[in-house]
Each structure stands twice: as C-alpha cells, then as structure tokens.
Design a binder for this molecule. Structure first.
Ligand code: ADP
Length: 384
C-alpha cells in the first residue's frame, strides 16, 4: 500500500478519497486547519500552512510520495527536501516555471504556445505607459503569485482606473514587480482541458470543456465544449507539448480563451486537479482524482472518456444566508434527475467561497439545454 502526502487539504484533496480507497492508497494531508475538508478523509494530518516546508519534511517522513492540491508552496525551501530524496510528483522542476504567472507566460511563449500579449509591471513607468498604449484599454492586471478565483485579476477599463490602481499598488506594496499586465482578450468562450501524464510519459486528455465565469469565478462547466475538431486537436496538442516539456507527472488543468476568429490562447496552467475537471467524478470512466493518484503512484493511466454524452457542472458558491437554508436547497438539488451533488463540508460559509458542486449527466450534447439546466440549479441555489 502506498501512502501519498498531499500538500493542501481543501476540496481537491477531499475529492481524492474515493479513488484512494479504490486504489488502496492512504492519504496524509498537510493543511492549516482542523476544519479543512480533507482532514475528515485523511489517514493522518500535519497541521500547517501549505508553504511551511518544515511541516512538509514531517509529512515526507509519513509517506512515499508527495503531491499537491495547492501550488502556493515555498519552492526554494522544498528544493532542500527534494535534495534529500523526497519524491515530489509532479517534480519541483515541473512546478518551477508555473508558480509565478509572468514566468508561466514566458515559459509558454518560449514553447511556442499561443498566449495573450503580456509584460511585467516594473519601475520604468514610461516603458509601462507606452506598452499599455500599444495594447490599448481595457488591459488586465494580474498578481504574479497567489491568485485564485479571480482574486488578484483586475480588468482595467481606462486610463483613469489605471492611475487609481497604480496609486493603490504604490501605497500597498511599493513593489510593482509583483504584477503583470496583459491584453484583454474579447473571447467568445473560455475553455479548459484536463490532461494527465504518467511516470512513463504516457499522456491522456479529458474532453475539452467550456467554462463560464462570473466576476472571474467559475460558475459552470459544460462537457464537452461545442468546438470544431480542429480546435479540439489544437488544444490536445497544446496539452501534449506542455506536459511533455515539463516532464509533468499527474493531472494538469489548462485554461484557454477561444477568440472571435476561432484561435485558442492559453490563459493559465494549474499543476494539479482543477475545478474544470470536477465533472469527471460522475461523467467519466476515470475521474481526474483517480487519474492523479494513478499517475503519482506510478500506475497505468485510466480511461478518461465520458460515460454520458454530455454533462454540466455547476459550482455552489457561498452567499450570505443560514446553513439551514443551504440544507434545504441541497435536498431540492438532489431531486433533479441524473444529478450528483457534492458538498465539501466547509464550516466557514463565506460569500463567493466554493462550498460544493452539482453535476448533471445529459443524454445529448446540446449547449442550450446544458445552460438551461445550470440556470435551474442556480435559481434553486441562489436567493432571488
Ligand atoms: P485566477 O488565477 O484567479 O483564476 P485568471 O487569470 O484565470 O485568474 O482569471 C480569472 C478570469 O478573469 C478568467 O477566467 C477570465 O474570465 C478573466 N480574464 C483573465 N485574463 C483575461 C484576459 N487577458 N482577457 C479577458 N479576460 C480575462
């Protein structure tokens, strides 16, 4: 039996539980709080923040392999452990180009993969102003590290907003180099692909999905996406190039934009299981969570194909209301045919926080039907 250490104990680690049981794997989790979702399913927990490398040294003594459900780690400190033969999967070398969004964009560009135009915000404001002028407003300002669910992503509509934002950055950090700026992509759809690479270098892709965000937070995922065969092939090739060059092991989530003229641009890479792959728990032969454990444990990869013709996944985000109200609504959602409700058991129910998700299996691939079902779920879930 293998013991897998997971850095991070949120819902992504929690959703590995069934697969771990199936594969005879024990999970040991490093996470700060007793209340974190994966504490309830872990064999053992090391209570510490994910960037505490001393805690990871303790974690390493309790397991055979260490993997990540959260990439906000201290790579430099971890590299000392890697030198002491601790087995990280994916490796720290595979994570290194991805943890800073500016470095990630540079890495993708160097691989010849299509990305939005971008540059690093630095102290040379004349250069910055002229670059912004050449991109034209709106532009997108992003924190280079620790952004998630749109935290740290700001769409800057005009010069005035830019000046205000720049002043704010000055006042807050005095360190502008923590940000990057990129062109605003007027996409027609946002897409994502989940891909896995095994220790032996085998790569499998899940079907490309459409993701729909509101205020930069993922609300819905439609699987598969309504795209052309050529676009699907292009995205599969991007996933292959990326995972091969990283020599990645495990699941990687790749978010993309589809532009008005039908081109794809890579937005972001997550070196772990990803929200856009949650549909796979109920809709695919092998879930992304099982696939990740298979990959990191050195097992052959499973079949990523779908069991249903299509599926729609809706995130249940927190809103200000009582827990009793949530329970009542979860019962209503469970009554929808072909529905699978996943509730992460979080005790702190902040507005906007991902509290659970619902996946509905569909008999036909029909985008409008999927959207109508998602709207129904949202009308039950969110207060009107
Ligand atoms: P996070 O890491 O917080 O998820 P992302 O970079 O994925 O941040 O951005 C969150 C969302 O913001 C995206 O899903 C997209 O809707 C929007 N967004 C990000 N970058 C751009 C861009 N360059 N052009 C247009 N929209 C963008």
């Amino acid at each position: 039996m293998k013991r897998v250490g997971v850095i991070g104990g949120g819902q992504l680690a929690w959703m590995m539980a069934d697969a771990a049981n199936k594969l005879g794997v024990e999970l040991v989790v490093q996470t700060p709080s007793q209340d974190d979702p994966a504490v309830s399913i872990a064999q053992e927990t090391v209570f510490a923040p994910v960037d505490d490398a001393i805690a990871t040294e303790i974690l390493a003594k309790k397991c055979d392999i260490i993997t990540f459900e959260n990439e906000f780690v201290d790579l430099q400190a971890l590299s000392l452990l890697a030198n002491q033969q601790v087995c990280f999967r994916p490796s720290l070398t595979a994570l290194a180009p991805l943890l800073d969004k500016y470095h990630q964009r540079c890495y993708l560009k160097d691989l010849g993969l299509p990305v939005p135009d971008f540059f690093a915000l630095d102290q040379d404001l004349d250069r910055v102003e002229s670059k912004i002028a050449s991109l034209g407003f709106p532009v997108v300002l992003k924190s280079r590290r620790h952004g998630y669910d749109g935290q740290g992503t700001f769409i800057i509509a005009d010069k005035e907003t830019w000046q205000q934002k720049l002043n704010l950055i000055h006042n807050q950090t005095a360190n502008q180099s923590l940000y990057l700026i990129e062109e605003f992509v007027p996409f027609t759809q946002e897409l994502a692909i989940i891909a896995a690479r095994s220790v032996d270098g085998e790569i499998v892709n899940y079907p490309v999905v459409e993701t729909q965000q509101q205020q930069q937070v993922c609300r819905r995922v439609i699987a598969p996406a309504a795209i052309t065969t050529q676009q699907g092939a292009k995205i599969a090739a991007i996933a292959h190039t990326l995972l091969h060059n990283l020599q990645a092991v495990g699941i990687f989530g790749i978010e993309l934009f589809l532009t008005i003229d039908g081109q794809v641009l890579v937005n972001e890479i997550a070196p772990r299981t990803h929200n856009s792959g949650h549909f796979s728990l109920d809709a695919c032969q092998t879930s992304q969570f099982e696939q990740h454990l298979r990959a990191v444990c050195g097992l052959p990869l499973g079949d990523p194909s779908m069991k249903a013709d299509a599926a729609v996944m809706v995130n249940l985000l927190g809103y200000e209301n009582s827990q009793i109200d949530y329970k009542n609504k979860l019962q209503q959602l469970t009554a929808i045919p072909q529905t699978h409700v996943h509730w992460y058991g979080k005790t702190e129910l902040r507005p906007g926080r991902k509290l659970g998700h619902v996946t509905v299996l569909l008999e036909h691939q029909h985008r409008d039907t999927a959207i109508a079902i998602a709207q129904n779920i949202e009308s039950i879930w969110y207060p009107s």
